[in-house]
Design a protein around this ligand. Sequence first.
Ligand SMILES: CC(=O)SCCNC(=O)CCNC(=O)[C@H](O)C(C)(C)COP(=O)(O)OP(=O)(O)OC[C@H]1O[C@@H](n2cnc3c(N)ncnc32)[C@H](O)[C@@H]1OP(=O)(O)O
Length: 412
Amino acid sequence: MERLNVIASHLSMSEKRGMATSEVAGSVKLFSFNPDDIVVVAALRTPIGKSRRGVFKDTHGDDLLSQAFNGVLKSVNIRPDEIGDICVGNVNDARASVTARFAQFFSGIPHTVPVSAVNRQCGSGLQAFMNIAGGIKNKAYPLGLAGGFEMMSKSGMGGKGFDDMNPRIMDVKEAKDSLIPMGLTSEIVAERYGVSREVQDRFSMDSHKKAAAATKNGHFKAEIIPVTVEVEDMEGNRRTITVTEDEGIRGNTTMEVLAKLKPAFKQGGTTTAGNSSQTSDGAAAVLVASREEAKRRGLPILGTLRAFAVVGVAPDEMGVGPAAAIPQALKMAGLTIDDIDVYEINEAFASQAAYCVRKLGIPSEKVNPKGRWVWYPCVWEQEWELLPSSNIILETYVLRDLINVYKHLNFE
Ligand SMILES: CC(=O)SCCNC(=O)CCNC(=O)[C@H](O)C(C)(C)COP(=O)(O)OP(=O)(O)OC[C@H]1O[C@@H](n2cnc3c(N)ncnc32)[C@H](O)[C@@H]1OP(=O)(O)O
């Protein structure tokens, strides 16, 4: 009976995806539902603000993160003391684990619930998710909260704590390369792999236009929690505002305007403010459970984690990460490039995303339909309607937009 249900669900998926039954037959074992599957039962984020001069420039990270925590808990009516563990991804906040603890208390989650923070650079939010998923898989707890935040208005791009470095770093090429500013690694990728300024600008323009259309059509509404904050204007007056949409999307951008922008990181380079992600402020959270626990509680199942991979790449071209890691995740999931319906490739620079899409042969119509970029892949089987006729999503970073928001904005 169980098997019949599984096959029946595949048939309906194949119909939705417009595929012949035989095309999905090979993935029957992938799609079987098991009690210990890792599922997402709630996922929400704040809007994303432009750092330093945006809507959250006067807001604290813990205030923003607690909004995300509160949002997901309330959306499915979970008692805060029932959470087994919390893990939060962050790159630039030197005291992120304490900020996360503050956010927990601001959300009314009692001290008996433990919290930790994790930094895997741009993949930190996704890593937080994987840490919680690992705890559930190991039966340490059946339900956990994963989140992420970045407040670049306050932290900037990091770069703190480098005063006391081991001088030996300069003698070891890859150690030294790890200090290359991110924008310059974009220039290296563009030069090394021949990604022209025009390709970068076009990728960026398309991304902005998709994001503007997605916003206009309300596609982000279900995932964004409106946030009310105080913000100081240029004259020093404080006012209270409620933010409901992402800041920084430039739907009117044209190739002509983009072509006029000066290189941001290197004379004669091709990476500009227009084809880089902006620096941002924001936070997100997901409530994660085993399928068994979700069913027992009657919680909605938004998606099932099907595979996850991490692969290292040379530091001087860090942005080629998706090209290395996506094949690995696909292999683990028993899927091919063509099996994926939607790729969300959240990269900071158009050079990197455009290179990865080209290298992997991803059909352009499947890339970032809402205009965002991804790396650091995990494969999701979607059990809700993200987009018509899409069921399998490969995304890098986190569940749709979570986390490491500092690089997302430009392309959302
Ligand atoms: C794993 C990884 O990927 S690591 C990477 C992590 N993330 C990063 O490294 C962040 C990269 N981004 C940055 O560092 C910064 O955004 C920079 C340096 C590229 C640009 O910084 P800023 O100059 O502050 O950019 P800002 O967004 O304010 O844009 C400056 C101007 O360029 C122009 N501009 C920027 N984007 C666009 C666009 N899409 N279309 C048209 N004009 C644009 C505008 O005139 C804008 O001024 P305005 O906002 O007053 O209209």
